[in-house]
Design a protein around this ligand. Structure first.
Ligand code: GLC
Length: 534
């Protein structure tokens, strides 16, 4: 169960490194930068879609499941990346996009060509756009229906995302069968598993919201059974943007997903800082059910999408928008298209604090490429592209990412976040840089099994601005304390169990005063955080 103690890294291959000066990152470039991943200490890399695609949803619109996009290189180039990462003991997972294809996929081109085409039933067609009315629209900024009319055959086709991403029909056994072929193809090549995209939406049924249906779970269980039987040790990570109890269902009884993203805790980590109160974090963690012994959450601060506000209340969403996306342009669909560092006003103490929470909450943390150096964003780019700009390696032209005259999207070069200031090379050389601080956190986290395998329990002082919890595993006790406020805060903890013990800050090695009585008092500087071994 390597995934339970692993540090994950989300890598967007177009942004990482360009080896052939065409302005787009590629596998050969990535191969040349693997030392960065090794140095950071990550255990598993999730590479976002690299399949042939018209790139109208940045590769989540696949037109061939059995090949790689020519911009990125060849299958052999990808294989070389996987092999090299494996040499360093780093696993590799990729996206498995099952719900939909590109409308340029030959399957859909056939399907839409006539009503009696053998591929017709591979997609969801209807005479009426009034079917499945209980199903929400996800990309609300661009769509007001999940149906699009197709002139050629006079019917509507179903899509949960862009209208150029028709949903596959999972009621069709051929569609289900092809998914197994796709998985086998990539696992054979050496991948260690999949981040399964948009899994709640595979089936649709009248009278439901067409999410999390029993039919969907049954199919996903079949996929897991296939992995267990043929590919033991490989994993499935669910992208199910749902409330904790609904995501819980994707773990089954250790017979569905190994991992699932914890979506709802993410916005609350941000909210708690503005509210100077742990309340929303405590609430959501208390709503989070136990998961089976083989399962693990995946926790994150940011990813390649907008910071989603689907799993908050209406008031909380308004609050988050007001606080973190004051300009309309910063908002997208039900979220915020900004990166971590700009969201924190580039304030180092808050960026560290959020990471210190990320690395100690239950689950395996995943770092979004570029956030390890505090990269900025560009809200003026189309869709979510502003958080997918070239990786900033050094202060040379194009941030050392590419020798081309023009890159696929412009490199960030503003005063605060521009590559001249924010880059890997400079941060490597500075022992106090964000990069080195995170590296250190990762190294320390790896010394304690409690973070990946331990139990989680809140230890809440009266002071609401202080978040604290105990991670425990065998004889390890790690007491994690965070000051969510911009002022100094004092908190008194109930520590009768530990009287006589001396807490040691595992990040600095410093000892704190011995715990002399049941009430243990700590004074925390603004945004201070402690990981204390007791
Ligand atoms: C997932 C991806 C997102 C994509 C969508 C449709 O939510 O994270 O980037 O647009 O699926 O495939």
């Amino acid at each position: 169960m390597w995934y339970k103690t692993a540090i994950f890294y989300e890598l967007y291959p177009r942004a990482f490194m360009d080896s052939n000066a065409d302005g787009v990152g590629d596998f050969k470039g990535l191969l040349s930068k693997i030392d960065h991943l090794v140095d950071l200490g990550v255990d598993c890399v999730w590479i976002t879609p690299f399949y042939p695609s018209p790139l109208r949803d940045d590769g989540y619109d696949i037109s061939d499941y059995f090949s790689v996009h020519p911009d990125l290189g060849t299958l052999e180039d990808l294989k070389a990346v996987i092999d090299r990462l494996h040499e360093y003991g780093i696993k590799v997972v990729a996206d498995l996009v099952m719900n939909h294809t590109s409308d340029q996929h030959p399957w859909f081109i056939e399907s839409r060509s006539s009503r009696d085409n053998p591929k017709r039933d591979w997609y969801v067609w209807s005479d009426s756009d009034q079917k499945y009315r209980g199903t929400r629209v996800i990309f609300i900024d661009t769509h007001d229906s999940n149906w699009t009319y197709d002139e050629t055959t006079g019917q509507y086709y179903w899509h949960r995302f862009y209208d150029h991403q028709p949903d596959l029909n999972f009621d069709n056994p051929e569609v289900r069968a092809v998914m197994f072929e796709i998985m086998d193809f990539w696992l054979q090549l050496g991948l260690d598993g999949f981040r399964a995209d948009a899994v709640p939406y595979l089936f649709e049924r009248e009278g439901t919201n067409s999410e999390n249906l029993k039919e969907t779970h049954d199919f996903l269980k079949a996929i897991r059974a296939h992995i267990d039987k043929n590919w033991p040790g490989k994993i499935l990570l669910a992208e199910a943007n749902q409330w904790p109890k609904d995501t819980r269902a994707y773990f089954g009884d250790d017979d569905e997903f190994h991992m699932g993203f914890h979506f709802p805790v993410m916005p609350r980590l941000y909210m708690a800082l503005k509210q100077k109160s742990r309340r929303s974090i405590v609430e959501i963690m208390e709503m989070t059910p136990e998961i089976p012994p083989g399962a693990q959450w995946c926790v994150f601060l940011r990813n390649h999408d907008e910071l989603t506000l689907e799993m908050v209340t209406l008031e909380e969403r308004e609050y988050m928008w007001e606080q973190y996306a004051p300009e309309r342009r910063m908002r997208l669909n039900l979220g915020i298209r900004r990166r971590l560092a700009p969201l924190m006003d580039n304030d180092r103490s808050r960026i560290e604090l959020l990471n210190a929470e990320l690395f100690t909450l239950p689950g395996s943390p995943i770092i979004y490429y570029g956030d390890e150096i505090g990269m900025g964003d560009n809200i003026w780019l189309f869709d979510r592209n502003g958080v997918r700009t070239p990786m900033q390696w050094d202060d040379s032209p194009n941030a050392g990412f590419s020798a081309a005259a023009k890159t696929y999207e412009p490199v960030i070069d503003d005063e605060v976040f521009g590559y001249k200031k924010v880059n890997v090379q400079a941060q490597k050389a500075d022992p106090d840089s964000l990069l080195n601080t995170l590296k250190h956190m990762i190294r320390v986290r790896k010394q304690y099994k409690a973070f990946g395998l331990g139990t989680f329990a809140f230890c809440l002082p009266d002071n609401d601005a202080v978040l604290a919890y105990m991670r425990a595993y065998e004889n390890e006790r790690l007491f994690c304390v965070f000051n969510l406020s911009d002022s100094e805060e004092t908190a008194v903890f109930e520590m009768s169990e530990f009287v006589g013990k001396t807490p040691v800050n595992v990040l600095t090695g410093a000892s704190l005063p011995v715990i002399q009585q049941a009430n243990y008092s700590l004074t925390l500087a603004p945004y201070a955080y402690y990981w204390l071994r007791i």
